[in-house]
Design a protein around this ligand. Structure first.
Ligand SMILES: NC(=O)c1ccc[n+]([C@@H]2O[C@H](COP(=O)([O-])OP(=O)(O)OC[C@H]3O[C@@H](n4cnc5c(N)ncnc54)[C@H](OP(=O)(O)O)[C@@H]3O)[C@@H](O)[C@H]2O)c1
Length: 272
C-alpha cells in the first residue's frame, strides 16, 4: 500500500455502488473514516455498515438526491450537526447517456449538468473552508477520458466532464499555496453498472482492452490523490491514448470517435 493515512475523513458522493463504493473501500482499508452519500433506497446503509465492520472505521451516511437545489447545503449541515470533519472530498456521483443529442431528453441533459457540474461546484464551495482547516486536505473530482475530446454520441456528458477537468485544474492552481490539492480522475470505461458493462461488451475489443474494474481505478485514484497528482489517468493503455489524442489532428480525432461511439451506441441500444 502506497501511504497509510488513517487520520483522514473522506466524504464520498455516489458511494452506494460502482466506482464510488470501490473508492470508499480503498479509503476504509487505509483506516480513513467515511461519510457516504447516494440516492435514497440505494443500499447505502448496508455499504456503510459492511465497510465499518470489515475495516473497523467510523462510517456515517446520508441518502440524498444531489440534483435537488438545497441538497449540497443539507449535506453540509448534516456534517456540521454531527460534528464530523472532512479532510478528503471525493466528488464521484455522476450520470450520462450514450446516444444522439436529438434522441436524448431535456430531463436527461438537465440531470447530467445538475449532478455532474452544479452539485460538484456547490459541494466543493461549501466544504472548502473545512478542507483548508485540516493539516492536509484533498479534493478528488471524478472526470473521465471523455473530458479530453468533444465526443459525438455523448454531446452533454463529455463537456460536463471537461468542465470538471478544467474546474479542478483552475481550483488546484488557486489553492497552490494551501495544504489542499485538487485531482481530476480521468478513467476510460469501467465495469460498474449494467449499462456500462453492456456498452463495454458492445464496444468490441478496443473497449474491452481499455476498460478497467472499479477496484483498479479506485486504487489508482487514491494513490494519485495522495501523491497530489493534478490529473490521474488509470492504465498505461489509456495514458497512451491520451498522448496520441493530444498530437493527432482534431478532424481525425472526431471521425475516429464518431465512428467508434456511433457504432458503440447503436450496438448497445440493440443489445439493451
Ligand atoms: N463507468 C464508467 O465507464 C465511467 C467511466 C469514466 C468516468 N466515470 C464516472 O465515474 C463516476 C461513477 O460512475 P459509476 O459508473 O460508478 O456510476 P454508477 O455505478 O451508476 O454509480 C453512480 C453513483 O452515483 C449515485 N447517484 C446517481 N445519481 C445521483 C443523484 N442524483 N444524487 C446523488 N447520488 C446519485 C448513485 O446512487 P444510486 O446507487 O442510488 O443510484 C451511485 O451511488 C461518475 O462520475 C461517472 O461519470 C464512469
Amino acid at each position: 500500500m502506497h501511504q497509510v493515512a488513517s487520520y483522514h475523513q473522506a466524504l464520498i458522493t455516489g458511494a452506494s455502488q460502482g466506482l464510488g463504493k470501490a473508492i470508499a473501500e480503498q479509503c476504509a482499508r487505509r483506516g480513513m473514516s467515511l461519510i457516504l452519500t447516494a440516492l435514497p433506497n440505494s443500499g447505502l446503509a448496508q455499504t456503510a455498515i459492511e465497510l465499518s465492520h470489515r475495516y473497523g472505521v467510523r462510517s456515517d451516511y446520508m441518502e440524498i438526491d444531489l440534483t435537488e437545489p438545497q441538497a449540497p447545503e443539507m449535506l453540509h449541515r448534516f456534517i456540521l450537526s454531527r460534528r464530523l470533519t472532512v479532510s478528503i472530498l471525493v466528488n464521484n456521483a455522476g450520470v450520462g447517456y450514450n446516444s444522439r443529442f436529438e434522441d436524448s431528453s431535456l430531463q436527461e441533459n438537465e440531470r447530467c449538468i445538475l449532478l455532474n457540474n452544479l452539485a460538484l461546484v456547490k459541494l466543493t464551495h461549501l466544504m472548502l473552508p473545512m478542507l483548508k482547516s485540516q493539516p492536509d486536505g484533498y479534493i478528488l473530482n471524478v472526470s473521465s477520458m471523455a473530458a479530453f475530446f468533444p465526443m459525438p454520441f455523448m454531446p452533454v456528458y463529455a463537456p460536463s466532464k471537461a468542465f470538471i477537468l478544467n474546474f479542478s485544474l483552475a481550483l488546484g492552481e488557486e489553492l497552490r499555496a494551501t495544504r489542499v490539492s485538487v485531482s481530476a480522475l480521468c478513467p476510460n470505461g469501467i465495469r460498474t453498472n449494467e449499462d456500462c458493462v453492456r456498452r463495454i461488451e458492445a464496444g468490441g475489443l478496443a473497449a474491452q482492452w481499455t476498460c478497467m474494474n472499479p477496484e483498479q481505478v479506485a486504487q489508482a485514484a487514491i494513490v494519485g490523490m495522495l501523491r497530489r497528482r493534478a490529473i490521474i489517468i488509470p492504465g498505461v493503455f489509456n495514458q497512451t491514448i491520451f498522448v496520441i489524442g493530444r498530437f493527432a489532428p482534431l478532424p481525425l480525432v472526431y471521425s475516429v470517435i464518431s465512428l467508434f461511439w456511433g457504432h458503440f451506441a447503436q450496438r448497445a441500444k440493440a443489445i439493451g
